[in-house]
Design a binder for this molecule. Sequence first.
Ligand code: HEC
Length: 270
Amino acid sequence: MKRLLAVIVASLPALVMAATSGVHLEHMTPDLEDKASLQRGVKTYLNYCMGCHSLKYQRYERTADDLGIPHEMFLENLVFDKSIRIGALMDNAMNTKKARIWFGTASPDLTLVTRLRGLDWVYTYLKTFYVDASRPFGVNNLVFENVGMPHIFMELQGIQIRKGCKELPKIAANGGEMRDPLTSKAITEEICGSEIIDRGFSPLELKPDSGKLTVEEYDQLVYDLVNFLYYVGEPSRLDRERIGVYVLFFLAFLFVFTYLLNREYWKDIH
Ligand code: HEC
């Protein structure tokens, strides 16, 4: 009974998390056979994410072997700290206490993130940062409201504006805010979409389509990255599935002999 209670209590945060965002999640189908995608994914991860997020339950060597990258090439091109050996865990030097000051929270390890949050969540998360001037880094996220993480791919994806409108003071011809002459209250108007940025409302003076990558290229980048995170969540998944098939074949084979043996044993008993 105690154990059952412990299991229920332990799974509560996941239930709460699943319930918090009502945003439609974009679906993605991972493909662990696609080695090129996984190789691009690990490259993006080590370039853009590793500084803040470790993958400390995984080793460089296993990653290189599974993804078919020779050890020297992996260390030379993807690992920036030259003191790291290929057998090391994929940890980083992020100081948790400092991270709490910088971001309001520590940046979590991501080895198991696709298993905790689900693939679609992580995929959607990386695609739904939008401009929000009220946040410390000027961005918010659709599936993770008031997130502490900056939009790492802002340069590549560009700026997204949350669809919808805001009440802003009307601007007079002389550039000042228009006010009601009687009450001297500001006269407001509804401003929608990219005009919010044109009004200087956002600290980020970029246009919605200002990213270096096209929409398709950005989707591919995020797909490869999440595909890699899916692999890291369970590196032996492909082996497990392959061995599983052999086990089933073996059981089917064994069944024939067990059946014949059974018949032999019961032959004389009526
Ligand atoms: C500058 C540091 C920094 C970088 C670089 C960074 N992140 Fe983050 N990330 C954070 C912080 C801080 C949080 C915690 C946000 C919170 O809890 O509000 C976070 C949270 C996350 C989460 C949500 C984790 C969870 O389950 O709560 C995911 C997923 C994530 N980051 C993925 C990435 C990926 C993928 C990259 C690389 C493209 C990346 N991050 C780069 C700082 C960073």
